[in-house]
Design a protein around this ligand. Structure first.
Ligand SMILES: [Zn+2]
Length: 55
């Protein structure tokens, strides 16, 4: 299992996601970024931050 918290990349947001693998987790994060933060697409630098925060 892998998990991610928006807070871990400095967002003022309570979003937390867990998934069976990183690919699935990235899909959930991309959807959340689009729907809640109006970030579409997530750029390379932000993905680097996100991947560092994934556990
Ligand atoms: Zn968020």
């Amino acid at each position: 299992m892998v998990s991610f918290k928006c807070k871990d990349i400095g967002m003022d947001c309570d979003f937390e996601a867990t998934a069976a693998n990183v690919q699935e987790l990235d899909e959930k994060i991309a959807r959340h970024a689009r729907e809640v933060h109006q970030i579409d697409p997530v750029d390379k630098e932000l993905w680097m931050k996100i991947h560092k925060a994934e556990k």
